[in-house]
Structures are given as structure tokens and as C-alpha cells.
Design a protein around this ligand. Sequence first.
Ligand code: PLP
Ligand code: SF4
Length: 449
Amino acid sequence: MIYNCNKKEATVSIYTPNQKSIAECIQPDSCMKDWKDWHWQLRRTIRDIRTFEAVLGISFTPEERKHLEMTAEKFPIAITPYYASLIDKENWRDDPVFRQAFPSVNELITETWEMSDPLSEDVDSPAECITHRYPDRVLFHVSNMCAMYCRHCTRKRKVGDKDFIPGRETLEKGLAYIRKTPEVRDVLISGGDPLMLTDSAIEWILDELSAIEHVEVIRIGTRIPVVLPYRVTDDLAKLLGSYPNLWLNTHFNHPREITDSSMAALKKLSSAGVPLGNQSVLLAGVNDCPYIMKKLVQKLVSNRVRPYYLYQCDLSEGLSHFRTPVGKGIEIIEALRGHTSGFAVPVYVIDAPGGGGKIPVSPNYVVSWSTNKVILRNYEGVICSYKEPDSYEPVFCDRKCDTCNLVLNVTGEENPSAIGIERLMADYDDQITLIPEDTERLRRRNDDG
Ligand SMILES: *Cc1c(COP(=O)(O)O)cnc(C)c1O
Ligand code: SF4
């Protein structure tokens, strides 16, 4: 039976034609009354090619459909009706939302240098649900589910896999690790998407983390404001706002994703007092354009979201069609720095294959150096010299902070010695090189010894 709800709708015309036609197609009697109910959105999430064709009013050739179904078998599809409604039906093949959400047969191509776990997150996992890579912070994976499975997801191998939400016992193992590891002062709750959990599960995790004395900062990484903004209810915003050390990072990739609905979700969060950041992924055919990125970051800051990272696309399996040369990212930063508000410029990073963490890459602004001058160039190409101070007296640091005139007042354990490049720079340490282990050269040395 088809209900006709045009009359009712005419009075509240707050939905786009795309939203109406999708709702009509998915549930003819819904009359938009459920559109903003996130449970409805999740129940009606598009999970197969045929529904998607129906929703967009297109049809693939049998051959195309067969390949797409093979892709979807390897990496599952999920697209909320809301996110699907952002696709421009007139030009869907080139649409940035379509490309992020809809499988491409190119995903079945695995290049020899691609890996299922390029960031070695599984190797750096000392406990279930935990990736511990950096000295003072961990990733805490609390769900395998997402409202929308991004085709460019780094964790493709994991997300969507039986749509797994770990139970409390599993999460307890992660919490136990954090409790017994005092150096962890920052916990990133990640997934999948943490906001796919119920409010009470989120509250439980946040309460448990807040009760750990050494956890100073908690962050949530989520794509919910982009793909299912109605999940950000007043209750959820209030809950998140009640943790004084909580930050939230979201994942907008294209200005098209900033809609009335997503702006309303962001506003709820910022009004509740949650500081907001954004992490974008640089994607060929989606946002590999300085003007698109400039528009995106400007729209973000006008919604009180601080652009945090721009990621170079990882070497995960099946992502080659999304990858750009690193030069594209540098070109984008070049077009942002100086050209727009400084706090709208994200840090462009490459997450080191093999698990080295994020490495920032940027245009070069230091042109040359002498002993008393630095030669710099600005965004316009103006070259200037900066005169170094004549009278600077370097502080010889012996790491004995209690006798130093810079009043830091730290002692013993709080004051560990430096590692890595920082150690090469340190006055008090006589290490002069960092040498990769197990090179031919070192093996020769060992043989001699
Ligand atoms: C990105 C990431 C972090 C957090 O890095 P920040 O630079 O502090 O945002 C922590 N752990 C892992 C494994 C990460 O990938
Ligand atoms: S929301 Fe994040 S974890 Fe989920 S599919 Fe997208 S990129 Fe992957």
C-alpha cells in the first residue's frame, strides 16, 4: 500500500527532494516522520547493491552488478538513507559522497605494496582492543560497526566484520591495560565508530576511563556527525559535555557533507562544551583539490570545528584508486597556509607504513641558513631574512631540573631521558647516531667483534 503524504509534507518542507524520494523508496509510508530518528536510519541502512540502485533510480549492467557484489562481499556496504540523500542523482558517478560510500570494483585490486594492516596496529596491540604506539597515548577500539562504511577506510580488514561490538568482558581487558599502564595519559576511543554504542555503554566507558587517575585526556573519533547526524541527540550531547577532559574528532572530507543536519549536530556538541576537531583523508576524485579543501576547512571553522589532520591515504588493500601523490597534499597546504585563517589549516600527515606513527609533511618555508641569519619565504613568495640573536646564551641541559634556573620542578620518574631524534639533540647524552638495527654494516661489525 502506498500512502500519499504530500499534503502533510507541504506544510513542513524542511527536507530536500532527495531525502523525500529516498524515504519514499525505502519505506513508502514513512512520510518523513521517522527521517530524523537515528534508529530508523540504522534500520533502513542500505546494505546491498539492488537497494542502492532503487534509491538512486539507476541500474547497473548485470556484469557491473556482479563485480560490485563481489566487492561488497569482501568489504561490506552500509550507507544511511541520510548520507545517501547527499548524492547528486544527476551526476552520481562523480559525486564525492557516492565515491566515499559506494563500492568500486577497483577495491578488488590489491597492489603488491598494499597491506591488510599497513599501520601494524595488530602488532602494536598489547591487549585486546588496544593499539599502543606512542609513549603516552593509546587507541581503544570499542566497536567494529559504523553507520557508513567508508570505502577508503584504513581498517577495512576489521570494520563491518560481523558488525562486532565487543562485550563488557572484552572492553574490560582494554581498560585493565590502561589501568595498569601509568604512562597512558591520553585515550583515543575509536573503532569502528564509538557513537554506534548506546548512550549507556558510552557512559560506562567514559566513567571507567575517568576513574583512572593517570588518564588526563579522553578523545572520541567518530564519523557520526557526517553520516548519521541525528545520532547526536540532546541527551548524547549532554552526556559527552559532562566530561571536562573530553575532545571529539570527526571526519568531514568534502564541503558537501556540511549540511543543515550535520551543522545542527555540531552545534549541539559545541554548545554542550565539547571541543571539536576534524580529520580528513585526502582522496583522489573526492577532495584532491585546494579549492575544495579550502572551502571545507573554512566551513568547518565557522561551525567551531578545528581542522586537525589531513591524512595521506594509507597503503591498505584495495585503496590504490583513492591514493594521490604526496605532492598533492603539499600543494593543498601551500594553498591554505597564509591564504586563510591559520587555525583552519590542518597538519598534513603520512601514517608511516609499518607502524612508525604519523609523520607531518609540509611545504618548505626555510630557504637557507647562515650562522646568524635564517632565510625564509612566505606564502606569497616574499623572501626575507631573520636575524638570529647575538646574545643568546644556550642553557646546557644536564637534565637536573631541580638545580636549573628555568623553574620546571620535576623530579626522578617524571623526568625520563629523551628518545629518538630528541636524544640526538640532547646536551647530556653522548649518542651521536641513530642506526637501524640489523643492517649489513652492523652485521659486519658484529662478525669482527
Ligand atoms: C593517531 C594515533 C594516535 C594519536 O596521535 P595524535 O598525533 O596524538 O593525534 C595514537 N595512537 C595511534 C595508534 C594513532 O594512530
Ligand atoms: S567511519 Fe572510520 S572506521 Fe568507520 S568505515 Fe569510516 S573510516 Fe572506517
